[in-house]
Write a protein that binds this ligand. Structure first.
Ligand SMILES: [Zn+2]
Ligand SMILES: [Zn+2]
Length: 432
């Protein structure tokens, strides 16, 4: 698209859309318009490919199994996705565990009908999303397993009912964008978005600062597990259709009309994506699917520290926070570790509790150099640019690790671990 043409669409669309302010609820970053520009998308992809070249599996003492949780299929009212498509996406992203959570329905028992157990080498948990919770009901002698879902919509909850909470949710992250601006930016930059779709999908990715602040407060009081919610529906797609009345209509994944563009923006969209002249019947111009399962699953993984996959081991890891989150659309994460060592031997990993004693040190190992941050009781206590760290522990506390990667001039979250809980020595009071 010619720049002059782009500027014209920008002007036309921005006057036809309600001007929305950039939200203040998230860390400072480029606007959605800037992130979706061709230059920025191309730069993101270039930097991402260069970084991926440096990634080598880190030597870590605990196992590392990829899972994706909070997944929707055609059992939900808002998805047409098939389990076979989810299995194919799991294989493409080396995901071995999938936690389904379809929306409840009056006509189907989604837990009963949902995929469960091994399917073609992928292990499924059948659950349901409702009332601000993900719920994997009791099965095979295993207790009910619940997580707070969409924490932004659940201001308070009784934590005794939950094993943990979503500390990242793809949908929550996208929702904090000014939606009309996001749609306009995608349309304006459609040729670039179609060429750099992964980068475009990441345009809304932010470090989940609000969720983490809340999570840190909860974990200071008692252990609480944190997982990533992919919230995959494979339903963010649209088709532009040229109409006989010279407008352009936009249809979603289920062929419902979601928008109608007229005037100058319609003229410009038609001149870019054809047909040039009058049409006598609705004529598809172009289409885009932003969130096929594979992309939605690669975006973020919930990695479980288990050596074999079963209903018991998966639920145990989720319940106890033996979990590390990895944003693999930023960079692949073949392995990562955050653990405590005593006398040169691993003594505890994420989710574990152990008493403070002399001679403990925190260790982390990453598959490439990144900005590592160690957080104790919600406050950063150590920051370094490295692929590993070793930090002698002088006191108890709730310790977790994060790592960020710089791509296209911006910092992106790559790894967020669950905490290790180091109990203060008996004589001292637990730091708050
Ligand atoms: Zn849904
Ligand atoms: Zn959902």
């Amino acid at each position: 698209m010619r720049p002059a043409c782009l500027a014209l669409i920008l002007a036309a669309l921005s006057t036809s859309l309600t001007a929305a302010q950039e939200p203040t609820s998230r860390p400072e970053r480029l606007t959605i318009f800037k992130r979706l520009s061709l230059a920025q998308l191309a730069r993101f992809d270039r930097d991402r490919a260069a970084f991926a070249q440096k990634v080598k599996p880190a030597d870590v003492p605990y196992p590392f199994v990829r899972g994706t949780f909070h997944m929707h299929s055609e059992l939900s009212h808002d998805s047409n996705g098939k389990i076979s498509e989810i299995i194919a996406a799991a294989k493409a992203t080396r995901t071995r565990v999938v936690g389904m959570t379809d929306h409840p329905s009056k006509t189907v028992d989604v837990v009963k009908e949902g995929a469960k157990g091994w399917k073609d080498g992928v292990y499924f948990l059948a659950g349901v999303e409702g009332g601000g919770a993900l719920d994997w009901p009791a099965v095979q002698g295993e207790a009910d397993l619940r997580f707070v879902s969409h924490p932004e919509e659940v201001p308070t909850f009784d934590r005794s009912r939950f094993a943990g909470m979503e500390i990242y949710n793809t949908h929550s992250d996208a929702k904090d964008e000014p939606m009309k601006k996001l749609l306009a930016a995608v349309l304006l930059n459609l040729p670039a978005v179609k060429t750099h779709t992964d980068a475009a999908f990441e345009s809304f990715l932010d470090y989940p600062a609000g969720f983490m602040a809340r999570y840190d407060k909860l974990t200071i009081d008692a252990p609480f597990s944190g997982i990533a919610a992919n919230d995959c529906h494979q339903n963010i797609s649209f088709t532009l259709v040229a109409m006989p009345d010279e407008t352009v209509e936009i249809f979603d994944y289920s062929e419902d009309r979601i928008s109608k563009v007229d005037g100058m923006p319609a003229k410009i969209l038609r001149s870019v994506f054809g047909p040039k002249g009058q049409v006598t019947k609705p004529t598809p111009m172009t289409s885009l699917s932003l969130d096929p399962y594979e992309r939605g699953m690669r975006h973020v993984g919930t990695f479980l520290q288990i050596s074999e996959v079963s209903e018991r081991t998966v639920r145990h890891a989720l319940r106890t926070g033996r979990v590390i989150l990895g944003f693999e659309i930023v960079a692949p994460l073949p392995s990562v570790g955050f653990w405590i060592e005593r006398d040169g031997k691993p003594a505890a990993t994420v989710g574990d509790q152990l008493p403070w004693q002399p001679g403990l040190s925190l260790r982390c190992a990453l598959p490439a150099e990144a900005r590592i941050r160690i957080v104790r009781n919600g406050k950063p206590v150590h920051e370094t640019l490295a692929d590993a760290c070793a930090l002698p522990l002088s006191s108890g506390g709730v310790y977790r690790m994060e790592a960020c990667v710089t791509l296209a001039g911006e910092q992106w979250p790559w790894v967020i671990s669950n905490p290790i809980y180091v109990e203060q020595a008996a004589a001292a009071t637990r730091p708050k």
